[in-house]
Design a protein around this ligand. Structure first.
Ligand code: ZN
Length: 274
């Protein structure tokens, strides 16, 4: 089995300081949290940008500042979100990718009902975002909210917009999307090309059991406050605590965590600095 790549989804676009004081909002806070998570075992961080009021934004300059501050202090892989909660204009969602040329960015290959809105991604939108990533040399992480999105991702390969091997993130337990069950995770992981890598992002109380399952299944794991605010029932978590717990479980299961450079090799990213 490969070493385990832990992704820390640090902030998302939903958690506020009122919900948890531990969510990083400003670029410096995000960078500090990224460094702590990397020390705890994360090989990658997934980040969203917020404006000065803490609201989600697609402002490429804020993304660039986050990216710069993290990269100055850590070699952790930075994956930026192209999610639509901060705005649904496609070019605006691609702007940070074009500006930063990050190693990775998220790409949702279909539409899904979120609890508060429809996250609409037409074929045209998906292809436009994929093309921006291709031009920037950014590898997409395919965000899979239901099985048809895997087929949509493979169509991007057929159209020459994405190169294999692909990397998938199976998003489980979001109301409106697929449930967080072992059966679902097995089905999805067996539905992707054999040369692919995959990680699981399960929401709330499913984060820990689905992560443990993924470790045993030779998958990878995403944890963090974007998906889950709690360490256990009634106890707020920090990102670092969530990462450190997965690293401990993985060590017991004989899957030591990957450093950022080992994660690059596992995810077929170019070596750092290239
Ligand atoms: Zn996200």
């Amino acid at each position: 089995m490969d070493r385990l790549v832990i992704t820390a989804a640090l902030n998302g676009s939903m958690p506020t300081k009122e919900m948890t004081p531990h969510v990083p909002i400003g670029p410096e806070e995000i960078a500090e949290d990224a460094v702590r998570c990397c020390q705890a075992g994360a090989g990658m961080v997934h980040v969203h940008a917020r404006d000065h009021q803490g609201k989600p934004t697609l402002d490429p300059e804020i993304f660039a500042e986050i990216h710069r501050r993290i990269s100055q202090r850590s070699d952790v892989i930075v994956q930026i979100s192209t999610g639509g909660r901060a705005g649904m204009d496609t070019e605006a969602r691609a702007a940070a990718v074009r500006r930063i040329r990050p190693e990775m960015a998220s790409l949702t290959t279909g539409s899904v009902n979120f609890p508060d809105q429809v996250f609409a991604n037409s074929t045209e939108v998906i292809e436009q975002l994929a093309r921006a990533m291709q031009e920037a040399g950014t590898k997409p992480e395919m965000e899979i909210f239901e099985a048809g999105m895997i087929d949509n991702a493979l169509r991007l390969v057929d159209r020459g917009l994405v190169a294999r091997p692909l990397h998938f993130d199976f998003v489980l337990g979001l109301p409106g999307g697929q449930g967080a069950t072992a059966r679902t995770l097995i089905f999805l992981s067996e539905s992707i090309p054999a040369d692919s890598t995959w990680t699981v992002a399960a929401m709330g109380r499913w984060q820990l059991p689905m992560a443990a399952l993924a470790i045993a299944m030779d998958g990878h794991v995403r944890v963090g406050l974007e998906d889950n605010l709690y360490y256990r029932r009634g106890e707020l978590a920090t990102n670092q605590q969530l990462v450190a717990r997965i690293a401990r479980i993985a060590a017991e299961l004989d899957r030591p965590v990957a450093t950022p450079d080992e994660a690059r090799e596992i995810l077929a990213l170019p070596p750092h600095g290239d």
